[in-house]
Ligand binder design. Structure first.
Ligand code: RI2
Length: 313
């Protein structure tokens, strides 16, 4: 195995093992890994480089099947490489594609925070689930404006990303309370607004996000609490199907003590889906939309890509 592939493999493994996690972050890491792989590729045949880059894209994509951010980051970073007639031109195209993707991904979070905070009434308690940088940046911006007086975070089993979330919010001075996931029904009634991130938004406006999100959305609807999704446009998917990632049962129960649960199969889905009817709005960097406007976001994002560029992955 050559050295550039080993570095790409390191990134793929880190994403797979969730040492790199968060839908946007895994997309950014994949884009960076592709640019680095292209830059350090040694060879003279442009066709071979295109084929190796696609192999690299497929390897990265295999790590987290639900997060469309990963797929879109790969497609957008490698867009245009077929039209290049030299190895140098391909390398330049990939580095340019990656830089463009990284810059727009970073800017998107700031723009989303600006738009989302305006949807949070002054003096609100905000409830959030899991650990979304887009959602947390919006909550922090709203706190700075005096719109947020407190935050409630769910623990987010099995990985307990709620610990990371509550530490971040508390460190920023926000009075923060963490609850176990089964307290969602009660906790949402202590909140004024729910703000979450997105792993994937499909063309029919369905949200795929960390397991438990749909329960928060249902409880929010029942309690009359607005449910806001913060999603960069590269989280939108033009795919008909979404594969919900299932991870190892060892994340839920101790694999060394099978005797604790004799004859029990453990099911550990990572994401669930929330119907668009439960979503008040989706805040993207292009504006605040209702879920039924998802197709126009998808058209905007992929409008310049050929069928070949959209379908190779
Ligand atoms: P940002 C995370 O997935 C969570 O589900 C979170 O809501 C979503 O990504 C979006 O996060 P995971 O990688 O992109 O923890 O907004 O499975 O940071």
């Amino acid at each position: 195995m050559d050295r550039s592939w080993i570095r790409l493999e390191d990134t793929a493994e880190a994403i797979s093992a969730m040492r790199i996690r968060g839908a946007a972050r895994i997309g950014r890491s994949a884009s960076e890994a592709l640019a680095e792989y292209a830059s350090s590729w040694e060879g003279e045949d442009p066709k071979e480089l295109v084929s190796d880059l696609r192999r690299a894209g497929r390897r990265l994509h295999s790590t987290r099947p639900t997060a469309v951010s990963l797929r879109n980051a790969i497609l957008l970073t490698l867009a245009g490489i077929d039209g290049c007639d030299s190895v140098d031109a391909i390398k330049e195209m990939v580095v340019k594609g990656s830089n463009g993707f990284l810059t727009s991904a970073e800017e998107a979070v700031g723009r989303i925070a600006l738009l989302a905070k305006a949807r949070i009434p002054f003096g609100s308690v905000v409830i959030t689930h899991c650990n979304s940088n887009a959602a947390l940046t919006a909550i922090e911006a709203a706190f700075t404006d005096g719109r947020v007086k407190g935050a409630i975070c769910t623990e987010s089993r099995p990985w307990r990303q709620g610990h990371v979330t509550s530490r971040r919010l508390a460190a920023g001075g926000i009075p923060t309370t963490m609850v176990v996931d089964s307290a969602i029904g009660l906790a949402v009634r202590m909140a004024d607004v729910a703000v979450v991130g997105a792993d994937t938004v499909t063309s029919d406006g369905t949200l795929y996000n960390k397991i438990g999100t749909s329960l928060l959305a249902l409880a929010a609807k029942d309690a009359g609490v607005p449910f806001i999704v913060c999603a960069e446009t590269f989280k939108f998917s033009n795919m008909a199907d979404v594969t919900v990632e299932e991870r190892s049962p060892s994340e839920v129960a101790d694999p060394l003590r099978p005797e604790d649960l004799p004859g029990v199969r453990l099911y550990n889905p990572v994401f669930d889906y929330t119907d668009r009817s439960l979503i008040d709005c989706i805040v993207t960097e292009k504006g605040v939309i209702s879920p039924d406007m998802a197709p126009s976001i998808i058209k905007d994002m992929f409008g310049d890509l050929s069928d070949e560029e959209l379908n190779w992955l």
